[in-house]
Design a protein around this ligand. Sequence first.
Ligand SMILES: [Zn+2]
Length: 306
Amino acid sequence: MKKLLLILLCVPLIGFGQTKDQELFNDALKYENSENFELSIEYFTKSIKSSNNKEIITKSYNGRGRCYRKLMQYFQAEIEYLAAIEYNPTHKDAYANLSWLYAYYLDQYELAISIANQGMVYDPEMWNLYFNRGYACIKLEKYKLAVLSYDACIMYYKGNPANSYNLRGVAKLFSRSSSSRDDYCDDFKKSCDLGSIGSENGCKNYKNIVCKIEGVCNPDTAYIYIEWDKELPPKYFSTLRDTIDWKIKYKTCPVCKKKDKVIPITYGLPGKELMELSKSGEVILGGCVISTNSPRWYCKRDLNKF
Ligand SMILES: [Zn+2]
C-alpha cells in the first residue's frame, strides 16, 4: 500500500514540466534571462524541432525573435516574429513584438501601425499594441490617432503610465487642432508627478517648454523630450537635436516653401547645450524677451524670420 501511494505521488511530479520540449524551452528562457542570446537561440531552435505543442513552438519563435533583436539583428528578428504569426495567427505577443520592432528599430511606421491593429483584433485590451501604434503615429505626424492610442494605452496599462502620459502630451502639443494648452500641460504634469521611469521627460517638458516659465514660454521652438529604454540603439535616444529635427520637419518657410533650411529661434537664457547648437548654426538665440508676435523660425536660405 505504501509503495502504491509513493508511485501515485510521483507520477504528477515527473509529468510536471518535464517533457523534453518544455525542458528545452525553459533552458532557452534561462539563457535569455542571463543574456546569453546565442545559446538561447540554440535552445529555442531545439525546442521547436522537438515539439508538437503549438504554444511552445510559437513562444520559441517569439523567443528567437527577441534574442535576435537584442543582438541587433533586426531583420532576423522580423523573420522570427512573422514565422510566429504565420504558424499561430492568434498569438498576440507576436504582434506586440513585431509592431515594436517596426516602430522603434526599423523605422517602418506604417507597418508598425498595421501589425498593431491586427493584434488588437485578438486582444483589444493589450496596452503595448496601443503604445507601439501611438509612437509610430507620432513619427508619421498622425497626432490624432496617436492621442487615441495613448488614451487606450493608459487605460489598459497595469503598470506606471508616466511615459504614455508624456507621449500623449507630445501628440496633443503637436496636433494643435483640438487640444488646448492646458490639455497637454496636464499630461506632462501627470507624467512628472508619477515620479518613475519616463517621468523625467514629463518633468522636463512641463518645466522647459510650454507650461510654466515666465516670459520664456514658446511652444513653437521648445524642446520636446522623448525617451525609451536604454536597450535601444543610440539613434533612438532623444536628444535636443532629435527634437529640433522634428520641429523643422514641421515648419515650412513662407518664402522658399521649403523646410530644409529652417531652424528654430529660441528665447530665454540659453543653457550649455543650446549655446553649442547656436554656434553650429542649428538654432538662433532670440534673446530674453518674447511677445506673441516674436518670430519663431528662421530660414537660412532666405535669411527670413517668421
Ligand atoms: Zn526659405
